[in-house]
Ligand binder design. Sequence first.
Ligand SMILES: Cc1ncc(COP(=O)(O)O)c(C=O)c1O
Length: 426
Amino acid sequence: MTSVDPAIIKLIKKKFETKHQFIPGKTTIKLIEPAFGPDEIIESLDSLLTTNVTMGSKVKKFEGLFSRYLKSGFASMVNSGSSANLIALSSLTNPWFSQRIKKNTEVITPAVTWATTVYPINNLNLKPKFVDINLENFCMKTDDLDKAVSSNTSLLLPVHLLGNVCDMSVVKEVATKKDLLIMEDCCEAHGAEFKGKKVGTIGDIGTFSFFLSHHITTIEGGMIVTNNESLHELSKALRAFGWIRDLKLRSKFIKKHQEIDPRYMFVNTGYNLRPTEIQGAFGIHQIKKLENFIKIRKENTRFWTKRFSQYKDYFILTKEDPRTRSVDFCYPLTIRKESPFTRKSLLSYLQKKKIQTRPIMSGNFIEQPTIEFIPHLKYGKLENSKLAMRNSFFFGNHHAIGKQEKEYIVDAIAQFIERKLWKSQK
Ligand SMILES: Cc1ncc(COP(=O)(O)O)c(C=O)c1O
């Protein structure tokens, strides 16, 4: 039952009735197209009208739906994917966690990732050790992962970048052999699988982002998932001031500290990274749409891969590992070193054609100016990461990209290549 007036519901639904029309050369093909509609808005309005606006029953419901979808034991929502990474790492380092990782130890993570995969490592006095990526899936290279591990390594932090899936067989094998924990950054990989298991549930703890451009959105938002109850209790405590509300351990503390008002009893350290009910309201409806969004993204990818395969001399295309289900966050292309054109010239051509593009996340993170503030290590020469930084890019691959848009993108790239080749032959 919603508290929103039926007349308002009707108006909101009407607003979304107009179908978006694609006019070649005039309509911009965007990187991001928010995937919400009347359901999410009406559910959010209900929160506003009932004045139940901060973390409450809608967030709880979304957590339940999300953990059921992933088949993970537990899920706790926070206000962003970056917060999810901070909470997950803070939980792994917390004294409440019996296998906690120690200060100043090394965390192995790919050099191509997002900035807030790296920052929490540094914030928690751990040291990132960057390893190279594969250009076929932009995930951590695992061929010699065991060699990257030192006696001071505590954690493997694979990132399932661009909706692709890291080789979790190797990650698990190395973690078992060297007694390491695994945290999966799945912020771009909702619903992706390795050998039939959803990413985020393969390691010890996993994180997701629901930012506007992701497979499903709560505008801003994130989730921490785990099968470990102790890590889940920690996630709940740390996201909300380290107080005891919500905790299973609550009664133990209440009994021990009877003089303290249990509503304001603080038992651990923490932050305030709680989500709002508006974010929960979005999540409840978005999760039902996730499989359909993935289906559209995968169909788009199949189309582009088929059409771009004739340009394999110029581009490195992504290749899906048959043991995985990737969920195609975007469509990435890497211009081969030998190609007769540069990324700059191609992207400026696509910009004129109104096709938005961007580099791969934060590129080779080691080349970002911020690295000066982050004590770090690296394993190997990071050749692929360097190439991705210079020659890779992606365009959008979301529910709003239909047949016409797909053809238009292929035609634009084909025209660009033909012109280049024609010029170079003259
Ligand atoms: C791999 C990865 N990790 C973490 C994040 C952080 O998520 P958020 O933007 O929700 O803070 C992102 C964001 O896109 C990401 O792509």
